[in-house]
Structures are given as structure tokens and as C-alpha cells.
Design a protein around this ligand. Structure first.
Ligand code: SAH
Ligand code: SF4
Ligand code: F3S
Length: 451
């Protein structure tokens, strides 16, 4: 018997949002039939893919510094008589900057946008034949998802991301996403269900439905109908979704939070600012009051829901009084978790040309104050769980021997001493202590909780 062909090694580094995490997994899926197996370092890799993010300047700059390091590694290996490493740039920087990447860093062999990675096998073959066409960055999500068969999906754990919607038509004035991901587009409920069933058959217990505007999902009946449909799949006990826009949070979705047991009580609903003047300049199409009223409605339907949000400080024209309005909105809402950013000027977006750009020092100071309040809220939300018994889905071994880590319904990381065979099971834990980022629990029995 002859030895099988040696596997080619594929290293993928993922930046940015969960949609990129999903895309990276699907890239690995499309490359696996070509003999590529994932490795977790770039050293020795035959193919390195950087799946990039363009959202803030820092994110983009990281990519170029990583490319510099990869070029050195590639050149050293060649000088030592080793094999040639192929370097590919995928994701949102690929879409936004395209050929400029190859000009700035000639070591890059190919560039593939977020709607074109199903063409990776072909692009790689062409690169290897040293023929041109190293760039593919068309917007055609329907072609991509047609090319990615649900049956080709490989689960990598007991939780999984599942992209159901792509792109954004909202054009917030600070944001590059409508330019890097194109307009809103939704997959059909049938293909989503097929992929979810495939995942469940491989032992996945929890899916997070993804979209840049996931609650704008336009399949029949919207996101609420999709959630109800997926909740019927045996074995799929937990459903989450992210990211949502306040103006697409309709009554049917709110009702699903009250009625669908599998829909977890956690909602990421970015508000960005608490000042109506700034929200208007951001083109957010909601006010601070309309957002707060929406939160009240959601809490009436699901009183224990944990809320999270995104905030930008130092948007052009933001005065102290605007920033104070953000702090007061945060105090009124009460967040369980949050992500806050200094405004980053993105070329080509309307806000980058607005007058009143805010000093870096002012942004730094505001961010620190906002984070102070948000951290305090996260800590107090976590502390409020002490003494409660929560169903936790164990995902993987913890840092210490004998420990497992999982998630509560509210997306908190929870660790506990527990045997390995409970990975993939939902068990009851009594919460013993809390930190800002995680909880510690104690297994009260090995009886499984069904949801
Ligand atoms: N579709 C989502 C998330 C988009 S990007 C939404 O509508 O909220 C994730 C977060 O990055 C945004 O919510 C925003 O808070 C932040 N962000 C986007 N562009 C930014 C910029 N130019 N500067 C700083 N933060 C930004
Ligand atoms: Fe960006 Fe706004 Fe679209 Fe979110 S809704 S992706 S912040 S343009
Ligand atoms: Fe970044 Fe693109 Fe996601 S810009 S946040 S990777 S959609």
C-alpha cells in the first residue's frame, strides 16, 4: 500500500467579526478536498490566509505588519531550500483595497474578497501556474453560498456560527461595511436549515446566526420565523443571533424571545451614542428615546434578557454634553456586556470628511470614562448570578486540569470542575463567584438539562 499524499498545511489567521470566523471555517471546508489540513502556526504552512477586517484603522494596519512578517518567514524558508509559502489576503481589507495590497506588499500571491472565497481553489491553482488573475472581489453572495454545499460544512466544536444574512444597506456615516460587504442579502431558509441539520448531526448543540444586520433577515417571515424553524431541529438546543440593528427589531422577533425556549436571553443591540444630534449625524435612524422604548418592550417580553451594545466615542462634532448623554443612556439601560471604540476615520465614509474631528486625547479620556461605567455594569450583572443555578453548555477543557468551560444562557463564560464526558452537554451549575469576564460554578449533579 502506498502512503497517502502528504497533507498540505493551511494556516488561517482571522481578524474582525464573527462573520469572518464563519468565513474562515468555510474557507477551510472548500480547501480540504484539495488536501489542505489546518495547522495552528504559519511556520511550515504551504498556504497562509489572512482573513482581514477593515472596520478601524488599527485593524487594517495590523494586516500590513503581519504581511511584513510573513514575507520574511517565506524568504528565509526559500533561502534554506524549503518549500514556497503561498500568501493570500481575504476578507474586508481585500475587498476595500484590492490590488493596492499587492502593490504595498508584493509578497502577496492572491487577494480574495468576502464574496469570492469559494473561488479559492481555482485562484490558488492559477497562482501556482503563475498566470495572472490573482484578484477576485465581486459582490455575488448568492454564487458563494451556492458553491458552499451545506453537506461540506465541518463542525469544529459543540457551538457553531451560521451566516444567514450578509451585507448592509444602512450606511451609518462612520462605517465601511456597506462598502466591503455590499448590500443586504439573505440566504434561503431551506439552505440554512440544511446547514443547521448538518451541524446538529455532528454534535453541535448551539448555533449563532450571523449577519451584519441579522435581524433584517429577509427570508419568509423574517428572522423570527427562521428561529422558530431551527428551534425544531432535534439536538439544537440553543439559538443566538448577532448583530442586530434597532430599527429592524420587530414585534415578531420580540415575541420569539418570549416564546421560543431555545432562543437564548441575550441580545446584542448596538446604539453607538446616546445623543440624538450625534445619532442623526451618524445616520442611525433611531433616537436615544426610541432605543430606550424598544429595550423596555424587549424586557417586557423577556424580563431576564442580558443586553449588550456597541458604542463609539469621539464621533465628529461630539461635545461633552453629547458624551454625557451617552453615559446617561448607558445608566438607564444597564448593559450586561459592551464593546466601545474610539471613532476611527475611515477613508471614503461620509464622517471622515465631517468638520469637528475630535482630538485623540479627548477620545481617550471619554473611552476610559465610558469603559469605567460599562465595566461596573458587567461586573454587577455577573455578581447578580451568584447563588443562582444556571444551565451551562460545556464547550471545552478549562485552563486548569479537571476543569471545563461553557456558557450560561446569558453568554457568560462559566468554569467548573467537571469530567470531560460532559463536553457537549447542558448541565446545572450553581454559580459560586463572579469576575468581570467570567463566572465560577459548581456542578450540582450530572443530570442533564434538556435546554
Ligand atoms: N452591523 C453592526 C456592527 C458593525 S461593525 C451594527 O450595526 O452595529 C461593529 C462595530 O464597530 C459597530 O457597531 C461600531 O460600534 C464599530 N465601528 C464601526 N465603524 C467604526 C469606526 N469608523 N470607528 C470606530 N468604531 C466603528
Ligand atoms: Fe455599519 Fe451601520 Fe451597517 Fe452596522 S448598520 S454594518 S454600523 S453601516
Ligand atoms: Fe471587519 Fe468586515 Fe466584519 S470590516 S467587522 S470583518 S464585516
Amino acid at each position: 500500500m502506498s502512503d497517502p499524499a502528504p497533507a498540505k498545511r493551511l494556516f488561517i489567521k482571522t481578524y474582525g467579526c464573527q462573520m469572518n470566523v464563519y468565513d474562515s471555517e468555510r474557507m477551510a471546508d472548500v480547501l480540504s478536498p484539495l488536501g489542505y489540513a489546518i495547522t495552528d502556526t504559519p511556520e511550515g504552512a504551504d498556504l497562509v490566509v489572512l482573513n482581514t477586517c477593515h472596520i478601524r484603522e488599527k485593524a487594517t494596519e495590523k494586516v500590513y505588519s503581519e504581511l511584513g512578517k510573513l514575507k520574511e518567514m517565506r524568504d528565509e524558508r526559500l533561502a534554506d531550500g524549503g518549500s514556497r509559502m503561498t500568501i493570500a489576503v481575504a476578507g474586508c481589507v481585500a475587498q476595500a483595497e484590492g490590488e493596492e495590497i499587492m502593490r504595498r506588499q508584493p509578497a502577496v500571491d492572491l487577494v480574495v474578497g468576502p464574496q469570492a472565497y469559494h473561488q479559492l481553489p481555482e485562484l490558488i491553482a492559477r497562482t501556482h501556474r503563475a498566470r495572472g488573475e490573482r484578484l477576485s472581489a465581486d459582490f455575488a453572495p448568492e454564487e458563494k453560498f451556492d458553491a458552499l454545499a451545506p453537506a461540506g460544512r465541518r463542525a469544529t466544536g459543540v457551538t457553531a456560527f451560521l451566516t444567514v444574512q450578509e451585507g448592509c444597506d444602512k450606511f451609518c456615516t462612520f462605517c465601511v461595511v456597506p462598502y466591503t460587504r455590499g448590500g443586504e442579502w439573505s440566504r434561503s431558509p431551506e439552505t440554512i436549515e440544511a446547514e443547521a441539520r448538518e451541524l446538529a448531526a455532528q454534535g453541535v448543540r448551539e448555533v449563532t446566526l450571523l449577519g451584519q444586520n441579522v435581524n433584517a433577515y429577509a427570508g419568509e417571515g423574517g428572522l423570527a420565523a427562521l428561529v422558530r424553524r431551527l428551534a425544531r431541529i432535534p439536538g439544537l438546543d440553543r439559538i443566538r443571533y448577532t448583530t442586530s440593528h434597532p430599527c429592524d427589531m420587530d414585534d415578531s422577533l420580540i415575541a420569539a424571545h418570549a416564546e421560543v425556549e431555545a432562543l437564548m436571553p441575550y441580545l446584542h443591540l448596538p446604539v453607538q451614542s446616546g445623543s440624538d444630534r450625534i445619532l442623526k449625524a451618524m445616520n442611525r435612524s433611531h433616537t436615544a428615546q426610541s432605543y430606550i422604548r424598544l429595550i423596555e418592550k424587549i424586557r417586557t417580553a423577556r424580563p431576564d434578557i442580558a443586553l449588550s451594545g456597541d458604542f463609539i466615542v469621539g464621533f465628529p462634532g461630539e461635545r461633552d454634553s453629547d458624551f454625557e448623554a451617552t453615559l446617561s443612556l448607558v445608566r438607564e439601560v444597564g448593559y450586561a456586556a459592551a464593546f466601545s471604540f474610539k471613532y476611527s476615520r475611515r477613508p471614503g465614509t461620509p464622517a471622515s470628511a465631517m468638520p469637528g474631528q475630535v482630538d485623540e486625547a479627548v477620545k481617550t479620556e471619554r473611552l476610559a470614562r465610558l469603559n469605567g461605567v460599562l465595566d461596573e455594569q458587567a461586573r454587577s450583572f455577573n455578581t447578580s448570578q451568584i447563588g443562582r443555578v444556571l444551565p451551562v453548555l460545556f464547550e471545552r477543557p478549562g485552563r486548569n486540569p479537571g476543569q471545563l468551560i461553557g456558557r450560561s444562557p446569558y453568554l457568560q463564560a462559566v468554569h467548573a470542575t467537571a469530567p470531560d464526558h460532559l463536553i457537549g452537554q447542558i448541565v446545572s451549575l450553581r454559580i459560586e463567584s463572579a469576575a468581570r469576564m467570567s463566572l465560577a460554578g459548581e456542578l450540582i449533579s450530572e443530570d442533564l438539562v434538556s435546554a
